[in-house]
Design a protein around this ligand. Structure first.
Ligand code: AMP
Ligand code: MG
Length: 970
């Protein structure tokens, strides 16, 4: 008989097995390991061991399940497997799931196989993909049918299947369902003579799987969950077991129920989750942001509101200036719901401009003048801006369509306007601002935020962190990102001080340390990757006035949080989370020393947060699901994008009043203490240094270029943090060049969205489903490039500088290397240029780094670049200086000086204006006024001086002089 069996085995069509199993495996697209999906906290990490949790279904439920099976013509085993697959799907969030099942292994088509001695048991993967719309009956029959089809292939060795799965030595699944056809356990027990005890059969063989569900059926169904304690803890298994029982109950009771509606948490669990997810109510009479600021101005007009360099504005001055400008805006037609563009560099004018737009009832649309013209043009058009506030020196860069009125804030004279706020009725439902974020279809989209959402967010922040009169908040986030919104308005609406950093300062830890000292900053924001750089700076310890560091924008690593708390004892470190679509932030967490993970915490006031599965059911505690947001924080939607708005802002199933929820696309889960933990994205949105990027937008821009057939962009970890790598293929008979593509992208996208490497491939790797297999994309080229030593003095010196700037070994820098492929980005390029300036006194234009990213190409450019000559008096903004009257240059000044170096005849940054004065002119008053200004502002008599080490600014003792030419005859 045994020989018959061997012969039978050898005759089998193993090709058909392979086809069958490969088909099964192709359904999977992610890990369905239950242990990975479950919350694991340090306290769970017990010694390895084995635990068991036992549940007996009562006779009543057992009978109902048997009846269900009979009527649906399936086995009870099928019912158990069907429920288990659904559990796994809910826990792992995957479409298709896999678990192991033991099969008897006795070939039914072999005559006499029942008489064979020996253990034939085989363990096979069961791959199932429950669909939400299937009824329980449909689903059971599908599982049964699949079990039957598997029969024919059940002799395939598991290791063979694992090999096809490409899982290497790793298991395909971590849970095993064993259904004991013959309840050995019970039989033994019944037959056992008194005093004789049999061990538990089911655990005998299966202990090498983290979780084994052994089911045996007699008068009652007995379910034993045997688990490895290093993978699961008792509590988690208890939760799973009771959910499994409830699922079976639901199956028995509601056969016509769609399986998508079978929620795992019920009763108390639901109440608990919902109560975690709802922020406290409060802040009743908050009023709108600009009204709050006006109230502060009235209460203490003399107090300093804004500082920028040496300029200071008191609350009274700020309010009056903004009122006058608002009056003018109102005359130009601004009112509620009107979008007003503002494209200015960071300055006092920026603050006044933003406030004035709100005072006039309008909604502001920030436009970063550094963005490429085409992007600005698109944003201007899309937002329907009819009025654009700007500065005279920025205006040139703006693509202004006909019919758009421009107002240059540095030139416009509003002194004749009344200093009171225009009488305009704005309410909480009106728009406050529109901020554009990357859009996956190739164009940015504007999130339209309401006043009520903004004032709620700010009122929460004040109640949580309580700014006082003595607090100073640094404004350093570019105003096209919504973090800037609280930086501007929180201090002003609470009577604290707003310190405005000069443009560019936010990237430079050294400068930040200086600014914190100069302004006495107590409160500031960092995206974690910038906090990393800041915390690593030696000057951090000197920031003694710091009280609060607010983080947001990307995941805050626990070690960084701990290091920061250690370096700055007494400083509060907060992790805030929220998308632009929900008024800046919606959850908050106060970091604690020693945390292993930094959660994103709990909802802020009047906001709700729910973790839901694909059918919008609540998922159990500890389980990953998509984070949905509700409450007053939500944006009205995307400007001019009704379809996209309807897709992302959906009806709230938990709100009887017809509210909406915003689908964030973020994966999160509830911890045992009721805080949310951030787990990643479920789509192709990424963050690079906290900046939000849809990979699809870059891909769309690449595909739009001539010759490009397909494009895929990925975010990968590189030496300098996350970086973007693009992969493109060309149309037949076309060639595409990486350099040309890079330049094309720089004309369309902000520089942080331009990939650091663009690889041209013959074809994109595809997975069995025909989709691009992102995991199979090659590593960026430099890793495969052969090393060539730098040649000559310049190349060697450049290699040295590269290795310093990029933080890599000099031996790794080859003359064929590409700066961006080694992890360089636009910020590191700036560093590179300034390092070259410092060490070699050579002014390499920044553009050259982009034009010649290869070391061997950049070296000649460096040779050609200008040597810095002794100084000639220049002019720029100067900070108040120390004793000897000399000071280093600010970044903005370096830029001015840099541009002047490039082209000395360029009038860029020279601003001329003429003012017609009418009436009697008191010339002596004018003269005295100018003399006072001259004395007070060192910048008016300072110059840049170059020496061997670099440039400094030097205050010159130039007396004020005045002449009055007589022009009356002209
Ligand atoms: P943004 O609209 O620029 O504020 O980006 C919002 C996205 O940034 C969120 O959907 C998250 O993916 C991510 N994000 C924001 N804050 C955090 C945080 N504290 N931890 C992890 N991710 C965050
Ligand atoms: Mg945010």
């Amino acid at each position: 008989r045994y020989r018959d069996y061997i012969a039978w085995l050898q005759q089998r069509d193993t090709k058909a097995d392979e086809v069958y199993w490969r088909e099964q495996l192709a359904k999977l697209d992610g890990s369905t390991w239950l242990a990975n999906a479950l919350l694991r906290e340090e306290s769970y990490q017990q010694e390895s061991g084995y635990g068991e949790h036992r549940v007996t279904l009562d006779a009543m439920l057992t009978q109902r399940l048997e009846q269900l099976a009979r009527e649906e013509r399936v086995t009870v085993n099928t019912v158990i497997q069907a429920a288990w697959a659904l559990m796994l799907q809910r826990y792992t969030g995957q479409r298709a799931v896999v678990f192991g099942a033991t099969v008897s292994g006795r070939p039914t088509d072999l005559v006499g196989s029942q008489q064979l001695l020996g253990l034939f048991i085989n363990t096979l993967p069961v791959v199932l993909a429950p669909r939400a719309e299937q009824t329980v009956g449909d689903w059971l029959r599908e599982v049964q049918a699949q079990g039957l089809s598997m029969r024919e292939h059940e002799h395939t060795p598991l290791n063979e299947i694992q090999r096809w799965a490409g899982a290497g030595g790793r298991g395909l699944f971590d849970t095993l369902v064993v259904y004991e056809n013959y309840p050995v356990d019970a039989a033994f027990k019944e037959a056992a003579p008194a005093g004789l005890k049999f061990g538990e059969i089911a655990n005998r063989e299966e202990t090498n799987y983290p979780l084994t569900l052994a089911v045996s059926q007699a008068a009652t169904i007995d379910m034993r969950y045997g688990f490895a304690t290093e993978a699961f803890d008792e509590g988690a298994i208890g939760q799973i077991a009771s959910q499994m029982t409830r699922l079976l109950e639901a199956f028995a009771q509601h056969r016509d129920m769609r399986i998508g509606n079978a929620a795992l948490p019920v009763g108390d669990e639901v109440t608990g989750l919902l109560s975690w997810g709802v922020g406290t109510k409060g802040y009743d009479d908050i009023g709108l942001v600009h009204q709050r600021i006006a109230r502060e101005a009235q209460a203490h007009p003399e107090r300093v509101a804004v500082v920028y360099g040496e300029t200071q504005l008191s609350y009274g001055e700020l309010d009056a200036q903004a009122n006058r400008l608002a009056q003018r805006l109102a005359k130009l037609g601004v009112g509620p719901e009107m979008r007003v563009g503002i494209a200015v560099e960071r300055s006092v004018e920026m603050v006044v401009g933003l406030l004035a737009i709100l005072k006039a009832g309008g909604a502001y649309v920030p436009l970063d003048p550094e963005y490429p013209r085409e992007r600005l043009a698109y944003m201007l058009e899309d937002s329907g801006v009819a009025l654009l506030l700007t500065q005279s020196w920025v205006r040139e860069r703006l693509p202004v369509a006909e019919g758009v009125t421009l107002l240059e804030l540095d030139v416009v004279d509003v002194s004749a306007e009344p200093a009171v706020a225009p009488q305009i009725s704005v309410h909480g439902g009106n728009l406050a601002y529109v901020i554009y974020t990357s859009g996956s279809t190739g164009r940015p989209k504007g999130a339209a935020n309401r006043h009520s959402a903004l004032s709620n967010r700010l009122a929460w922040m004040q109640s949580a962190y309580v700014l006082e009169e003595t607090d100073v908040v640094l404004q350093k986030t570019p105003f096209s990102f919504d973090v800037s919104v609280w930086e501007f308005f929180w201090p002003l609406m609470t009577g604290a001080r707003l310190a405005v950093a000069e443009p560019g300062a936010h990237r430079d830890p050294q400068r930040l340390v200086e600014l914190i000292g100069e302004y006495g900053v107590t409160t500031l924001h960092f995206v974690p990757s910038m906090l990393q750089a800041f915390a690593a700076h030696e000057g951090v310890k000197t920031c003694r006035k710091l009280k609060r560091i607010v983080c947001s924008g990307e995941a805050l690593p626990a070690d960084l949080a701990n290091r920061t708390l250690e370096q700055l004892p007494g400083v509060g470190l907060y992790n805030l989370y929220g998308p632009t679509e929900a008024a800046i932030d919606v959850t908050h967490w106060t970091c604690r020393t020693g945390d292993e993970v930094v959660p994103i915490g709990r909802p802020i006031g009047n906001v709700s947060t729910h973790v839901l599965d694909a059918q919008m059911n609540l998922v159990p505690r500890g389980v990953a699901g998509e984070l949905y947001l509700g409450g007053v924080g939500l944006a009205r939607g995307y400007l001019n994008r009704a379809t996209l708005t309807a897709e992302r802002f959906v009806p709230d199933p938990f709100d009887a009043n017809g509210g909406r929820l915003y689908r964030t696309g973020d994966l999160a889960r509830w911890t045992n203490e009721g805080a949310l933990e951030y787990l990643g994205r479920i789509d192709h949105q990424v963050k690079v240094r906290g900046l939000r990027i849809e990979l699809g937008e870059i891909e769309a821009q690449l595909v739009a270029q001539a010759g490009v057939r397909e494009a895929v962009v990925t975010a990968q970890e590189g030496p300098g943090g996350t970086r973007l790598i693009a992969y493109v293929t060309a149309h037949p008979d076309h060639t595409v060049e990486q350099q040309a593509l890079r330049e094309a992208l720089l004309r369309q996208l902000p520089d942080y969205m331009v990939p650091s490497a663009i690889m041209v491939l013959e074809a994109l790797p595809l997975n069995p489903n025909g989709k691009v297999d992102r995991k199979a994309l090659p590593a960026p080229e430099y890793q495969t490039r052969s090393y060539e030593a730098p040649q000559g003095e310049t190349e060697e010196a450049l290699a040295q500088i590269w290795s310093e700037v990029l933080g890599i070994d000099i031996e790794q820098v080859s003359r064929t290397d590409n700066f961006f492929e080694l992890g360089g980005d636009s910020i590191l390029a700036i560093k590179l240029v300034s390092r070259i300036r410092k060490t070699h006194g050579i002014e390499l234009p920044l553009q050259d780094v982009f034009k010649h990213p290869l070391l061997a190409d950049l070296a000649p450019a460096m040779t050609k670049a200008e040597h810095i000559e002794p100084a000639r008096p220049g002019s720029a903004i100067v900070r108040r200086t120390g004793g000897d009257g000399s000071a280093p240059l600010s970044h903005a000044q370096e830029r001015l000086w840099f541009l002047w170096r490039l082209d000395r005849n360029s009038p860029a940054y020279n601003t001329a204006g003429a003012i017609r004065l009418q009436g009697e002119l008191d010339t002596s008053k004018v003269r005295r006024t100018l003399a006072v200004i001259h004395a007070r502002h060192q910048v008016l008599h300072s110059r840049f001086e170059e020496n061997g080490e670099g440039v400094r600014q030097q205050v010159a003792n130039v007396p004020f002089s005045w002449s009055e030419p007589d022009l009356s005859q002209e």
